[in-house]
Structure formats: structure tokens, C-alpha cells
Design a protein around this ligand. Structure first.
Ligand code: CP
Length: 309
């Protein structure tokens, strides 16, 4: 059983809890592959997706996860809600609680916003990405796709190249993969590597080749221009030339290596179109893993609520 009413990040989630979520998600993924979509585990429960930032994959998969599990589900886009009239996150949370919401999946530009909401309401809060902090369900779905490819995460090398500094995905993957016994290597222009990243357990490579050498999974991360104030690298084309992943770089990876990316992808910047669409790409599989992981998280949090609240 999970140990908390909320899923806020992987920094404070144990290896046992991660294994439980991945095993449960694996079962959902196999059922989805057979065409099953009617699970009644959350019948009578309500899920609200509360997104203060744009999203395709995370919001849609949380919504569908709730629907496939039998929950009542609604979406609130901050851009068309009373947030625009000055309502605070806490007041919005209290409003959703008064509407008898059981689960809130939130994405917010400020790191820590889901944690504040979780302290304020009795609903279970699922972090769908908070600023540059964490994106736990993304890392869990990455881990599920990688684990399914290689049978286990322990002993694997995962290379992450791209905008590490602004990436909540990199941090959640670092926490999660390290706990599951995988090695995480990163490479980017020095301006896109956060200070102290090695202290969190990452290996910071001194070249693209060193980062990818022998890796079983190579992850590209989007350059997040919306979070940059500018001047961190000369141009996107130079970034692609010196830091992007292409066929020549992949020759250094393990012979069975797969290419993963959380999406959305800037084609031709962090990964070449040939890699994105090629046989080693697991980018579409990751999206299905995302649905299964979010179903698993909702089911397991529901079980926690039944037992503890
Ligand atoms: N990977 C991810 O979070 O994608 P979205 O921004 O489309 O949700």
C-alpha cells in the first residue's frame, strides 16, 4: 500500500512504493492492450484535473484514467476559471473540496504548489508537474516503458540529454531511477546543468559520447525556452549540432538501446526525426504507459483513502 494520501514527487517515495505503482500499471497496460477500458474501481469517486499550464499528454491521460476507472471526471483550465478573477490556489482547492472531490491532479508553474494544495485539502493531490521541481507520473511512465523493455531497472544506464536545469522530468527520473538501482548520466551545455545535480546522485558527463556510452535508454529532453531568460546557448541549430542525439551518437549506446522522450518533442533539436520515428523509439509506448501509470496511481491512492481516511 502507498504511504501517503498524495503523490507529490519521487524524492520522498520509496522503492517499494515505486515497484507497487509500476507493477499495478503493468497490469493495467496489459489489460488496455486487450481493449479493456471499463474498470469500476473508482465508481462513485470524483477526479478534477486542475491545470495552470498547457498540457496534452498529462491532462488527457489523467482524464481518461479517471474515466476508464469509472470515476466522475471534470477538467478546470486556469485560463477559463475564477483564477482569472484573482482566486488563490488555496481557495480554489477549498472550493473543489466542498464539491466533494476525491482526487485533484494539478499542474502549476510554481514548484511546491501541489504540496501547498495537499496540506490544505483532504482530497488526494497528484502532481502533474510543478515548475522546475518534479513530474512524478512522467518519471514513473518512463520507468515503466524502460522496465518493460529490459525486464528490470536495476543495473541499467539511462542517459538524459537536454535542458536538465529547467526539467522537472529529469529530477523525478533521477530520484526514481536511482532508487530502483539504475545509473543516471546527464549531458548538456554547462548552463543547462543545475548546480548540485551530482550531489543528488547524477553522473554529469563531460561529452555526449561519454553520456551515451553503453546506455540502455537514451532520453532527450525539450529545451524549455519558456522557462529561460535567454543566452544559455548560442542557437537551437548549434544546440542540435553539439548536444542533440542522432544516429552517430546512438552508435555509442548499448546495441539494444531505446530512445525515449517525455514529449512534446522539438523535432530536429534534441532528437533527429529519424530517431523519433525509428524502430528504437518508445515515445508512443511512453504515452500508453502514462495512461496505465495514472490509472495505477489513482487506484492505489483510492485504496489508501479507504484504509486510512
Ligand atoms: N510530458 C508531458 O508532461 O507532456 P504534456 O506537457 O503534453 O502533458
Amino acid at each position: 500500500m502507498l504511504k501517503s494520501k498524495d503523490l507529490l514527487g519521487l524524492r520522498n517515495t520509496s522503492a517499494e512504493e515505486i515497484s507497487l505503482i509500476l507493477d499495478t500499471a503493468g497490469k493495467f497496460k496489459r489489460a488496455l492492450a486487450k481493449g479493456e477500458k471499463n474498470f469500476n474501481m473508482l465508481k462513485g469517486k470524483t477526479l478534477v484535473t486542475l491545470f495552470y499550464e498547457n498540457s496534452t499528454r498529462t491532462r488527457c491521460s489523467f482524464e481518461l484514467a479517471g474515466k476508464y476507472l469509472g470515476a466522475t471526471e471534470i477538467n478546470i483550465a486556469a485560463s477559463s476559471s475564477s483564477v482569472q478573477k484573482g482566486e488563490t490556489l488555496i481557495d480554489t482547492g477549498k472550493t473543489l473540496q466542498a464539491l466533494k472531490t476525491d482526487f485533484i491532479a494539478i499542474r502549476h508553474p510554481m514548484g511546491g504548489a501541489p504540496h501547498l494544495l495537499a496540506k490544505t485539502v483532504g482530497c488526494s493531490v497528484l502532481n502533474g508537474g510543478d515548475g522546475m521541481n518534479e513530474h512524478p507520473t512522467q518519471a514513473l511512465l518512463d520507468m515503466l516503458s524502460i522496465k518493460e523493455e529490459f525486464g528490470a531497472l536495476k543495473g541499467l544506464k539511462v542517459a538524459i540529454l537536454g535542458d536538465i536545469k529547467h526539467s522537472r522530468v529529469a529530477k523525478s527520473n533521477l530520484f526514481g531511477l536511482s532508487k530502483m538501482g539504475a545509473e543516471v548520466w546527464v549531458y548538456a551545455p554547462k548552463t543547462l546543468i543545475p548546480a548540485g545535480f551530482e550531489d543528488l546522485g547524477a553522473h554529469v558527463a563531460s561529452s555526449r559520447e561519454q553520456c551515451v556510452e553503453g546506455a540502455q535508454a537514451v532520453m532527450g529532453l525539450r529545451i524549455q525556452l519558456e522557462r529561460q531568460s535567454g543566452g544559455l546557448f548560442p542557437s537551437l541549430s548549434e544546440y542540435a549540432r553539439f548536444y542533440g542525439v542522432n544516429d552517430a551518437v546512438m552508435k555509442y549506446a548499448d546495441k539494444n538501446a531505446i530512445v525515449v522522450h517525455p514529449g512534446p518533442v522539438n523535432r530536429g533539436v534534441e532528437l533527429t526525426p529519424a530517431l523519433i520515428d525509428g524502430g528504437t523509439s518508445r515515445i508512443e509506448d511512453q504515452v500508453t504507459s502514462g495512461l496505465a501509470v495514472r490509472m495505477a496511481a489513482l487506484k492505489l491512492l483510492s485504496e489508501y483513502r479507504e484504509a486510512n481516511l
